[in-house]
Design a protein around this ligand. Structure first.
Ligand SMILES: Cc1cc2nc3c(=O)[nH]c(=O)nc-3n(C[C@H](O)[C@H](O)[C@H](O)COP(=O)(O)OP(=O)(O)OC[C@H]3O[C@@H](n4cnc5c(N)ncnc54)[C@H](O)[C@@H]3O)c2cc1C
Length: 459
């Protein structure tokens, strides 16, 4: 192990930062660690179930100050500026901290399609989930925009209000799945709801007047991203300890309308009085919000619109510094190699805020903003900044993700979606027929490239 660093400053209170803190502390209990986080509660990940040698099911829990090792100085504050030459971080409060080693774990912030519209909810953290929960208490119709994991989980969980799911693509869940898997999951979804769910479109006639840019983002980084079961947190202190559903069961029936191959052009707030919004005799065209869509001549009226259109690395405060950010417009992640080293000496980055650019990563691994990756990146950063010389290439050997969509366990391995393989790949799929019991339903999809297995989807 190398020379003991004088002061290690880790910025962030999410999974990447806490796994870095824990690993540094484990490797060097006497290390001088300062953890700076905007959020008063920090998030910790733990490996819940080891599915295979390299595949883990993750759990995430909230940690209070007392759960952080005593030796770690926890500072609640937001880093405003980093002077990389002077090795100094400055908080919004004006307080400065010098560092010998710095690890940036500032996460990502969600893009919002209409950030200033009070009827548009952008899910980011536990506070925004509380807002969603309150909004759903008396809600007749909701529109969800986006086709990633958050949208998938919401559509499954929301009950009792009519849902309009607006997706750019032809099929659902394209961030994760090919068409075949997507169709299989949709069948599972329909059968599992066992209600008269249907697809179609309902359009009302309120004309929109506002427009927005898709690259408008919410202004402030809030807390950390929520953990697994983020939709099913306890609702208040009375419920503590009970596995109470946050959303499921608030209301009772489900109607889902998928509006595919279309996107939102503009969102208009109709300024309906709040007492009218929840009136069951609500008049057509008097929805609080109307959404104009690319494919339809009229706008869609609803109570709330949930924006789930992806995230962007939280690196704005690092612009105009010598730290190298990925040049792509939508993804200005901090460029790191697979040792989490940035272009600057003594500066590391991990989790959603970084972009791994390294030829040493295997062709079966790619970056996705997930708990599991934030967790191991934090660990790798700890080894790098302590110069342990440990070989961590195993973390970049194979992409693995264990998750659940529509109540169904899903394992994704390697190049499971055949991305970046060119035209010469083959797919072998096995799936059980639709008429067998839901619990027995399976899909196995293997991606072969030049006779070798490159990836798999197991549902
Ligand atoms: C609604 C939602 C659902 C998700 N569901 C899943 C899922 O099912 N499975 C999955 O694998 N992943 C999921 N994710 C993604 C996952 O949560 C993230 O990939 C992961 O939490 C990233 O961890 P992180 O530590 O990099 O960032 P974060 O958890 O976002 O933490 C960033 C931390 O940095 C702090 N911070 C930011 N800026 C500053 C600053 N300037 N100064 C000081 N502190 C700062 C923040 O307060 C926060 O504590 C979901 C994300 C969201 C938003």
């Amino acid at each position: 192990m190398g020379r003991q660093p004088k002061k290690i400053v880790i910025v962030g209170g999410g999974i990447a930062a806490t796994s870095c803190v824990d690993e540094v502390y484990k490797l060097q209990p006497s290390a001088n660690i300062v953890l700076i986080s905007s959020s008063p509660v920090v998030k910790k990940a733990f490996q819940k179930v080891q599915v295979t040698n390299r595949t883990f099911h993750f759990g995430v829990e909230e940690a209070q100050q007392q759960d952080i090792p005593l030796q770690v100085q926890l500072i609640i504050g937001t880093v405003k500026y980093v002077d990389f030459l002077a090795q100094r971080v400055t908080l919004e409060s004006g307080t400065c901290y010098l560092y010998d080693k710095l690890c940036l774990c500032t996460g990502a912030i969600p893009k919002s399609i209409a950030p200033n519209n009070p009827r548009v909810l952008t899910l980011r953290d536990t506070t925004s989930l509380e807002r969603l929960c309150n909004a759903l208490r008396s809600c007749n119709r909701i529109a969800i925009v986006g086709n990633g994991g958050i949208a998938l989980e919401l559509v499954y969980a929301l009950q009792g209000c009519e849902i309009y799911w607006i997706i750019r693509d032809t099929t659902i869940g394209t961030a994760f799945f090919d068409e075949e898997t997507s169709e299989f999951l949709w069948e599972v979804f329909e059968d599992s709801t066992r209600k008269d769910s249907y697809t179609g479109a309902t359009i009302d006639t309120v004309e929109p007047i506002e427009s927005f840019q898709e690259d408008d983002f919410i202004k402030e980084p809030l807390g950390f991203s929520p953990g697994p079961n983020w939709l099913y947190y306890e609702q208040n202190s009375d419920d503590k300890g009970k596995p109470l559903s946050r959303l499921r069961g608030l209301l009772s029936a489900k109607k889902v309308n998928v509006l595919n191959n279309c996107h939102v052009l503009s969102v208009h707030c109709n300024h309906v009085d709040s007492k009218d919004i929840f009136d069951s005799n609500i008049q057509p065209n008097s929805w609080p919000i109307s959404v104009q869509l690319s494919k339809y001549p009229h706008s869609l009226g609803c109570d709330w619109l949930i924006s789930a259109v992806g995230v962007k690395p939280n690196t704005k405060f690092l612009q105009s510094t010598p730290l190298l950010l990925y040049p792509e417009e939508e993804n200005e992640g901090i460029v790191v190699n697979c040792r989490m080293e940035t272009n600057l000496e003594n500066v590391y980055a991990a989790g959603d805020c970084c972009k791994v650019v390294d030829n040493e990563c295997s062709k079966w691994w790619f970056q996705m903003r997930l708990w599991s990756q934030a967790f191991f990146m934090g660990k790798v950063a700890a080894h790098s900044l302590l110069e342990t010389g440990e070989d961590y290439s195993m973390y970049f050997e194979l992409f693995t993700h264990v998750t659940e969509f529509f109540g169904t366990k899903i394992v994704l391995l390697g190049r499971y979606n055949a991305e970046a393989l060119g035209p010469d790949f083959e797919i072998i799929t096995y799936q059980t027929p639709r008429d067998i019991d839901l619990s027995e339903r399976k899909l196995i999809r293997i991606v072969l490239y030049k006779g070798r297995m490159y990836g798999a989807v197991l549902v």
